[in-house]
Design a protein around this ligand. Structure first.
Ligand SMILES: *[C@@H]1O[C@H](CO)[C@@H](O)[C@H](O)[C@H]1NC(C)=O
Ligand SMILES: *[C@@H]1O[C@H](CO)[C@@H](O)[C@H](O)[C@H]1NC(C)=O
Ligand SMILES: *[C@@H]1O[C@H](CO)[C@@H](O)[C@H](O)[C@H]1NC(C)=O
Length: 380
């Protein structure tokens, strides 16, 4: 019945479903109820992750890029320290793997190139700085793995699945059982549209039109994912980018609560994203695309969190474009991290990520997810 999660491991999944449930396990399970590794049974055979720095666990570490987080103080609350996760501890991909009952965190695609990973359990393709548009971040940060490229990487893995399974049908059957999460688009705003020094999009499009362009571009990788066998797909909407410390600082006004122009752009994108999910569900047989209302969820107060506009770690010059997005290497960070919404200029602390991840997994309010939460997707 239940298997227990004692510690995160990368490659220890075979046989976990076969372990027997005895009295001792039950006792230990009760003792461990306060940890996040609570859902003992692994609910799906595999979990694949696409997106940006909210989900990246180190895919950028060997790239020529400024979009990196493999140095302190990143990872200050993560076992083993800095890994490339853009937060102080676990990120949303980790939290969802825990909630889905996995034995350990889903390994990165980059790590498959170094050694044999158990690809049947799933992989994490997410890349910090990446976006829906290929150009996003690349003009000023260097290499990032755009959503299109992440899908190409997944294509290679799917071919490997087919090779190992021996036929397409059994590979697709397996892939159809997995959970997929995609969270991207923030950088198409922060590191593209709202950075006209490096990108032309703001001069080319109104924010309404830009949202349409992004959603049109987004639909192809989502269809590709479906064609690779995915059915249970949760798409994370954008959070309120106009309320992040870096954006607030760049805007330069102390009085305002959030930067409305950016939040309006986010809303336009999210509204179109929900419609895209509906359209894909109507047109692709068996598709179950679901929308996670990140901006709605993160509008609710998080118990114990009182500092909402200041980053916990030391960041660069707040008034200079982009210097304040990430932590200064080997810089300081606040001791009371559980009181902060944001870890650096744009990325949430672990406590915020847990809060959002839990409600994406099991909706607390009906508007948190549409139409399904991830727990429900797993059961389908
Ligand atoms: C994406 O960008 C890379 C590097 O800028 C370029 O080599 C590649 O051709 C682009 N891909 C597409 C599909 O535009
Ligand atoms: C997202 O959540 C907020 C707050 O609960 C709600 O006002 C909004 O309508 C939700 N959005 C969608 C598309 O469900
Ligand atoms: C931050 O950048 C602004 C604009 O370039 C400059 O005037 C200011 O002195 C800088 N602040 C610090 C602390 O370096």
């Amino acid at each position: 019945m239940s298997t227990l999660k004692f510690k995160p491991v990368y490659n220890n999944y075979k046989g976990s479903q076969l372990r027997s449930c005895n009295m001792w396990h039950i006792v230990v399970l009760i003792l461990h109820l306060s940890s996040t590794w609570v859902d003992g049974v692994q609910q799906v055979p595999c979990y694949f992750i696409f997106g940006d720095s909210l989900f990246d666990i180190g895919n950028n570490n060997d790239l020529q890029t400024e979009a990196k987080a493999n140095f302190p103080p990143y990872g200050i609350d993560f076992p083993g320290g800095a890994t490339g996760r853009f937060t102080n501890g676990r990120n949303m991909a980790d939290i969802l793997a825990e909630l889905l009952g996995f034995d350990g965190y889903v390994p990165s695609f980059a790590s498959t190139e170094k050694g044999q990973q158990d690809i049947f359990k799933g992989l994490n393709y997410a890349s910090g700085g990446s976006g829906i548009l290929n150009e996003t971040s690349k003009n000023h940060l260097g290499e990032v793995i755009s959503l299109d490229q992440q899908l190409q990487n997944h294509g290679k893995i799917v071919s490997e699945f087919v090779r190992i399974k021996g036929d397409k049908k059994s590979a697709k059957d397996h892939l159809g059982q997995c959970i997929y999460t995609i969270g991207t688009g923030s950088n198409d705003y922060i590191n593209n549209y709202f950075l006209p020094v490096f990108y032309r999009t703001k001069n080319q499009y109104t924010s309404e039109r830009y949202a349409t362009v992004l959603i049109q571009q987004f639909s192809q990788p989502l269809k590709d994912l479906y064609n690779y066998g995915a059915r249970k797909i949760a798409i994370f909407g954008l959070g309120l980018l106009g309320c992040t410390p870096a954006i607030l600082a760049m805007d330069g006004t102390d009085e305002i609560i959030c930067v409305d122009s950016m939040n309006l752009a986010v809303k336009q994108f999210n509204n179109k994203l929900i419609r895209l999910a509906d359209e894909l569900n109507n047109n692709l047989p068996g598709a179950k695309f679901s929308y996670v209302n990140v901006s709605g969820i993160s509008s609710t107060p998080i118990p114990g969190v009182t500092v909402m506009k200041t980053p916990c770690c030391e960041v660069g010059n707040l008034t200079v474009n982009n210097e304040a997005l990430t932590c200064t290497q080997f810089g300081n960070s606040c001791p009371d991290r559980a009181k902060y919404t944001f870890w650096d200029g744009v990325h949430p602390t672990q406590i915020t990520q847990v809060f959002i991840g839990k409600r994406a997994y099991k909706a607390q309010f009906s508007l948190d997810t549409y139409p399904f939460d991830i727990h429900h997707l797993a059961q389908l």
